[in-house]
Ligand binder design. Structure first.
Ligand code: BES
Ligand code: MN
Ligand code: ZN
Length: 497
């Protein structure tokens, strides 16, 4: 799928399809107005007869438009009633445009959605968002289908129309940023969607090596279980005990900044399948626990996007990767393990495994002298109860860092919502037998998980993103979303300005 940018008028540009927006009750965008004039009032008539739906995101295809119009088709996209669109509306408009084009017969189109008015957003943002939303809408996971049924006439090229040369340069920046981020999101989705038998910890390690091939600016190192033993990573290794697949600790480094710049470190939970272990999960929807490595996938996706954009920062990605399975040798409820930090942990529930692998990875992160550390994890079912599927849960030991992430969420549309990390909650993970327990009782499961991690991140500024509700969709659209790659890349872009 190619994107490019061009200047010109909606009635004069030659194309298989020209895309314009129309708001209700009958307000034509400037490009739509030109088409209406050149077409002797055709759009106005179709609006009057209600053959064009102006509801936000509804599309109407006009074949053989009348008059002096150089495009073979017009796709009219409804923009709702408000004069200014919200960023969410604009995303919906761009996505439904992509779906309409993909199912239609034009393989190429020129879009004037760039001229729509979006609250507090500029042209570069709109161009970036069109690329991201289009790629998102057209993505399909078909690598495991023996017969793929691609659309008969897929969309191959989308041209974004802009007013003048100055706008051309601005939109191009948006397109290239959008392309890098869309590639990162797609990588995160592909890895997330792969089943547990094809996406093992070793496969993730291979993936890191493949990423290095694509981006020579990346350095990759993989620690084996023996090395983890030497480091004293007893918490991480207690999870992989029950699995025949060896755990891997994957470290990716991107150096785009000055040598002395402290890096941002991203740590992603990479449980390639979470059965719960001896505290085994019920069977219903257990297949979805192949998505328990989506935090890791978002780190891969973000590393790739940042490398493709060539951002002037230093970035480290750490992925502890393991399976969580029951076995005669698996950890048992009540077992006490010693983490790399020296703190001991009573494993009251082997299904609370994410925090056990993250705590050792977070201790390891300290050796990179980080400016900030952000971990990303499908950590708790409680987060889905608290926040549903719309927002990531955010917990942090530093309010400035939390604010930066919240702002990046707003700006990218990939939003997060903060929960408190108070001492009252921390008491819930006290243990009679070790320094702490790995679960905190009935209430506030997302927060007590955060309190657990906070005990390992005292030496640096840190934030935790619980993506249990947003990393994948269930039901008929079951599949990884690629979240929160947009939030993370936006956060890193913001730090460069
Ligand atoms: N990977 C799960 C969390 C999860 C569950 C994410 C369902 C999305 C949907 C995690 O390892 C887990 O099992 N957490 C337990 C913690 C509990 C034992 C304290 C949970 O949420 O039930
Ligand atoms: Mn679990
Ligand atoms: Zn898990």
């Amino acid at each position: 799928m190619d994107f490019n940018v061009k200047t010109g008028d909606s009635d004069k540009l030659r194309s298989a399809c020209v895309v314009v927006g129309v708001s209700g009750p009958r307000r034509l965008s400037p490009a739509a107005l030109r088409l209406d004039k050149a077409g002797r009032g055709q759009l106005g008539e179709l609006l009057k007869s209600a053959d064009i739906d102006t509801e936000c995101g509804k599309t109407t295809l006009i074949l053989n438009p009348r008059g002096r119009i150089q495009a073979a088709r017009i796709l009219v996209v409804g923009c709702g009633k408000d004069r200014h669109l919200t960023p969410q509306d604009f995303t919906r408009i761009a996505a439904s445009t992509a779906r309409a084009l993909q199912s239609g017969s034009a393989t190429e189109a020129i879009s004037f959605l760039t001229e729509l008015d979006v609250e507090d957003r500029d042209l570069a943002w709109k161009a970036q968002r069109i690329v991201e939303a289009t790629r998102d809408a057209l993505y399909r996971f078909d690598e495991l289908k023996s017969e793929t049924r691609p659309p008969k006439r897929p969309l191959r090229k989308l041209t974004l129309a802009v007013a003048d040369r100055e706008a051309l340069a601005i939109a191009k920046v948006g397109v290239s940023r959008g392309t890098a981020i869309a590639n990162g999101i797609e990588l995160a989705r592909v890895l997330g969607n792969r089943p547990g038998n094809l996406c093992t910890p070793s496969d993730l390690a291979d993936q890191a090596a493949a990423l290095k091939q694509d981006y020579p600016a990346l350095k990759v190192q993989v620690l084996e279980e023996r090395a983890m033993e030497k480091l004293g990573m007893g918490a991480l290794l207690s999870v992989s005990r029950g699995s025949r697949q060896p755990a891997k600790l994957i470290i990716m480094r991107y150096s785009g900044g000055a040598k002395e710049d402290r890096p941002v470190v991203l740590v992603g939970k990479g449980v390639t399948f979470d059965s719960g272990g001896i505290s085994i999960k019920p069977g219903a929807a257990m297949d979805e626990m192949k998505f328990d490595m989506c935090g890791a996938a978002s780190v891969f996706g973000t590393m790739s996007a940042v490398a493709e954009m060539g951002l002037p920062i230093n970035l480290v990605g750490i992925v502890p990767a393991t399976e969580n399975l029951p076995d005669g040798d698996a950890s048992k409820p009540g077992d006490v393990v010693t983490s790399m930090s020296g703190q001991t942990i009573e494993v009251l529930n082997t299904d609370a495994e994410g925090r056990l692998i993250l705590c050792d990875a977070l201790t390891y992160a300290d050796r990179f002298k980080p400016d900030v550390v952000v971990d990303i994890a499908t950590l708790t079912g409680a987060c889905v109860v608290a926040l549903g599927h719309h927002t990531t849960g955010l917990l942090s030991n530093d309010q400035d860092l939390a604010d930066e992430l919240l702002e990046a969420g707003q700006a990218s549309g990939d939003r997060a919502w903060q929960l408190p990390l108070w001492d009252e909650y921390d008491e819930q993970i006290n243990s009679n037998f070790a320094d702490m327990a790995n679960i905190g009782g009935r209430g506030a499961g997302t927060i007590t998980a955060g309190c657990f991690l906070a005990r390992f991140t005292k030496d640096y500024r840190w934030a935790h993103l619980d993506i249990a509700g947003v990393a994948w969709k269930s039901g008929k659209d079951k599949g990884a979303t690629g979240r929160p790659v947009q939030l993370l890349t936006q956060f890193l872009v913001q730090r460069c300005s």
